[in-house]
Ligand binder design. Sequence first.
Ligand code: GLN
Length: 494
Amino acid sequence: METKEQALDRIQNFEGKYPKQLWYLFFSEMWERFSFYGMRGMLTFFMVHQLMMKEDVANLQYGATQAFVYAFTFIGGFFADKILGFRKSLFWGGILMIVGSIILAINPHQYFFLGISFTVIGTGFFKPNISTMVGQLYKDGDARTDAGFSLFYSGINIGALLGGYACVAIGKGYSWNLAFGLAAIVMTISLVTFLVTKKHMGPIGLQPETITADKKWYEYITYLGSLVAIPLIMTMVSKPAYTDWFMYIIGPVALVYIIIEIFKLKQKTEREKMYAALIFIVFSVFFWAFFEQSGGSLSLFAADHLNNTLLGFLKLDPNGVNNSSNSFFVILFSPIIGLIWIWLNQRKLEPNTVNKFGLGFLFLGASFVILYLCRFTANVNAIASLDVFTFAYFVMTLGELCLSPIGLSIMTKLSPKHLQGVMMGMWFLASAYGQYVAGILGAGIAQASDNASPIQKLNTYTEGYLQLGYYALAAGLILIAISFTVKKLMHEVR
Ligand code: GLN
C-alpha cells in the first residue's frame, strides 16, 4: 500500500514537461472561468438594459460584486488552509456557483442579486484553491513550475474567451434564462471533471490533519457560515455604502495581520522581501482598477459607441469583442512573450520583475490613450471603430502579461513558506480593491455623461480614458524610477 508521501512523490517526479494532473485542473478551471466570465460579461449590460438601472448605479454595483468575488477568494483560501482543504473547498464552491446560476436561469429579473451572491461565495471557495493545487503538483524549485502556471493561465483564458462571448450573445439574441442556464451547465461540467479526476491527486488537497473527528463541526460551521453570508452579501452589494464599509475594513485588517507576521520574522532579508511584495501588491491595485474597466464602463461604451465590423469583413457583436478579445490575445501572445523573455535572458537583457511591472503599466497607459483615440474615428451617430478599440485591447493584454502571471510567482518567491498562502490571498485582495475602484471610476465617467447627446457621451468616456492613460503611464514611470530600491529589498530574487 502506497503511503501519502510516496503518492505525492510519484506525482511530483513526473517525466516530461507537465504532470498529467495539471490537465485535469486545467479543464476544471477552464469551465469554471467560462461560467464566471460568461456571467461577468452579462452583469452590467443586464443591469442597465433589463433591470433598467442607471449606468452609474450599474457600474458601482458591478464593481461591488467583483470586489466581493475577489475579497472572498482571500477568505476562501484562508478556510481551505485551516479547515476544509482544497478539495472540499472546490466542491463546496462549485455547488454554490451552480445553485447561483440555476437561480438566475429560473428568473434573472426577480432573483438577480440572490443568484449573484451565491456565485460570489462559490467563486471565493473555488478560484484561489484550484491555483494552489497546481502549485502543489511541483516540488520546490522545480524549473517546470512556471511553464505549468502559464499553461494553466491559458486554460483560464480559453474558458474566459468562450464564456465571455457566448453568454452575452445568447442573452442579447435569444434569452437571458438560457444564457444564465448555460453558465450553470458549464459549471456542472467543471465540477464533474474535478470529481472524476480527483482520485489521481494523491494526498494533494486533502483536509488538514488538524481537523480530527471531534473537530468535524468546524467544517459544518464553515458551510453554514458561508450560507449565512449570502443574505449579507446581497444587502452589501445592493447598497454601495455597505460595500464601502466592507472594503474599508477588510484591507486594513489583512494588512495589519501581514505586518504583525513581518515583525515576527527573524531575518532582515526575509522582512525586506515581504516589503517588496507589499509594494507589488499596492501597485497591482491600480493596475486592476484601470484594467477592470472592461467589465464596467467599457462594456457600456461597446454597447453604445462601436460598429460591428472587425478588419473590414468580420461581423462581430461589440460586447462579445469587449468580453473576449483580452482572453483571445492572452492565449495567442502568452507563449510568445515567454519566448521573448528567454531570448532577452540569453542576451542578459531580460528586465527584472520591477521593470516588468513598470512595462505592464506603460502598455496599460498606452492602451487607454488608444481608447481615447477612438473618438476620432466616430461617425455622426458617435459610433466609433471596432478595429481601434480591439487594438487597444491588444496593447492592454501585453501589459497584463507583463504583470499578472509574474505577480503570482513573485508572491511565492518573496514570501517565506509559512506565509505563502496568505500572501497569495493578499494578491487577490488587491484585485478586489482594483475591481472596487474600477466601479467608482466607471461610475464617475458614466455620471458625467448622464443625459448627454451620443457625441457628448462619447467625448466624456474617451476623455475619462485619456485621464486613466496618463495615470497608468505615471505609475509605470514611478515603478521604473524606484526599481533600484525595490531590487535591493528583493535581494537575490529576480
Ligand atoms: N484573468 C485572471 C483570472 O481570471 C486574473 C484575474 C485577477 O487576478 N484579477 O484568473
